[in-house]
Design a protein around this ligand. Structure first.
Ligand SMILES: Cc1ncc(COP(=O)(O)O)c(C=O)c1O
Length: 369
C-alpha cells in the first residue's frame, strides 16, 4: 500500500485549509457558459482601473531582458522606496506580493511551541503562514468586527513571537487610529515582532489612520508591510515590501528565495511608484465607488461595516452563500466571507461606476427573488 503523505506532513500543515481566492472570471464563464466580457468581478480587492500606462510601458521595455535573472537585490525599486518612505535601503525587504513578507516573517520567527497573535476576522494568510511552520494561532475575539488591541496585548504570552495586525483590516475594512497604535506599540514586549499590514494604506491616507512608517524609529520590533497589488494596480505581478529595522530585514533576506521578485514586477513597480496621478485617480474612484455602494445598500435597507479599504462588507440579512451564488448566476462575482466567521456578510470590492451599478442591481434582484 502506498504511504499516506498527508499523515506524514507536519501536523500544522495537515490541519490547514488552502486559501480560497476570489473566483476567476474565466472559471465562471466556463461554468455558466457566459461571455467573460459580461462578467463583473468584485471579489479580490483589485484596482478596477487596470494598471498604470506607465507601468505597462516599463514592462514592455523590460521584455527583451527576460533571459536574464532579475536583480536579486531589487536595487532600483529599493532605492525608490527608500526615498519615498524616508528609510535606508537596508531596511527594505521585497516580496512576491506582501503575502511573501508575511510568510518570510513566519519562517524566520515562528516554530512549533511558539505562537502568533492576531484578531478574529483577520486576513486569512495569517493562520496559513503561522500553521505552515508548526506554530500556534493565538486568535483574539474582535470588537465590533475590528481589532481589539487591548485584548491582543493581553493575549501575548511568553511563547508569542509575532503579532499580525492589519490597518485597515481585510475583510472587515475596520481601522484604528494613531493613538491606539502608539499605545499598543508602547506596551508590546520589545521581543515580539509586530507586523503592521498596510496593504490598503494608500486608499486610507487621512488623519484617522496612522502611517506605520512614523513609528519605526521608536519601535525596533515593528515591520510595516505594503503592496503594489491594490492602489498601485499590479496584483497580477506579485510585488510587495516590508520596512523594518535593518536587522529584521537582514534576517528576512536570509530566508527569502534568491529571486523572489521578478524583473517585470520590479520594472512595473518602479514606474507605478512614480505615477502619482494614477494613485490619486485610484483614490478618487474608490471614494466615489464607496459612496455609491453605501447609498445602494441604504436604499436596499442593508447594513454594512464602514471601511477604509477598496472593499466593503455588507450584511445581506440572511446566509450569504446562497446570495453569492445568486449573484454568480447574474454574472457578478463577489466574496462570501463565512470562512472569516461572517456568514451573513458578503465582501464587495469597489469597481468602476458601471460595475457597481451592475452589482447593486443584481443584488436587489437576488434578494427579492
Ligand atoms: C490585509 C492584506 N494583507 C496582505 C495581502 C496580500 O496581498 P499581496 O500578496 O497581493 O500583496 C492582502 C490581499 O488581499 C490583504 O488583504
Amino acid at each position: 500500500m502506498s504511504c499516506d503523505f498527508l499523515a506524514l506532513a507536519q501536523p500544522g500543515v495537515q490541519k490547514l485549509s488552502p486559501y480560497v481566492p476570489g473566483k476567476p472570471v474565466d472559471e465562471l464563464a466556463r461554468e455558466l457558459d457566459l461571455d467573460p466580457l459580461t462578467i463583473v468581478k468584485l471579489a479580490s480587492n483589485e484596482n478596477p482601473m487596470g494598471p498604470s500606462p506607465k507601468a505597462l510601458e516599463a514592462i514592455a521595455a523590460e521584455l527583451a531582458e527576460l533571459t536574464r535573472y532579475p536583480d536579486g537585490n531589487g536595487f532600483a525599486l529599493k532605492s525608490q522606496l527608500a526615498a519615498r518612505c524616508a528609510v535606508q535601503t537596508n531596511q527594505i525587504t521585497l516580496g512576491n506580493g506582501s503575502n511573501d513578507i508575511l510568510e518570510l516573517v513566519a519562517r524566520a520567527y515562528l516554530a512549533p511551541g511558539l505562537n502568533a497573535v492576531f484578531s478574529e476576522h483577520a486576513f486569512a494568510v495569517y493562520p496559513i503562514a503561522t500553521q505552515a511552520v508548526g506554530a500556534r494561532c493565538n486568535i483574539v475575539p474582535a470588537k465590533d468586527y475590528g481589532h481589539d488591541l487591548e485584548a491582543m496585548l493581553a493575549a501575548i504570552d511568553a511563547d508569542t513571537r509575532v503579532v499580525f495586525i492589519a490597518n485597515p483590516n481585510n475583510p472587515t475594512g475596520t481601522w484604528f487610529g494613531p493613538q491606539a497604535l502608539a499605545a499598543f506599540l508602547d506596551q508590546v514586549p520589545e521581543s515580539v515582532l509586530v507586523v503592521l499590514d498596510e496593504a490598503y494604506i494608500e486608499y486610507a491616507e487621512c488623519e484617522e489612520l496612522p502611517d506605520g512608517l512614523d513609528y519605526l524609529a521608536k519601535h525596533s520590533n515593528l515591520l510595516v508591510s505594503r503592496t503594489f497589488s491594490k492602489a498601485y494596480g499590479l496584483a497580477g505581478l506579485r510585488v510587495g515590501y516590508g520596512i523594518s529595522s535593518a536587522q529584521i530585514a537582514d534576517v528576512l533576506n536570509r530566508v527569502r528565495q534568491p529571486f523572489n521578485v521578478n524583473s517585470l514586477a520590479i520594472a512595473a513597480a518602479c514606474a507605478a511608484l512614480a505615477d502619482d496621478s494614477y494613485l490619486q485617480q485610484s483614490r478618487e474612484l474608490n471614494d466615489a465607488g464607496m459612496q455609491q455602494l453605501e447609498a445602494g445598500f441604504k436604499a436596499l435597507g442593508l447594513e454594512w461595516i464602514a471601511s477604509k479599504g477598496n472593499f466593503i462588507a455588507v450584511n445581506v440579512g440572511r446566509e450569504g452563500m446562497p446570495v453569492y451564488q445568486g449573484l454568480l448566476r447574474e454574472g457578478v462575482i463577489v466574496r462570501p466571507v463565512a470562512n472569516y466567521g461572517m456568514p451573513n456578510y458578503l465582501r464587495v470590492s469597489i469597481g468602476l461606476p458601471a460595475e457597481n451599478v451592475r452589482f447593486l442591481e443584481a443584488l436587489a434582484k437576488v434578494l427579492s427573488a
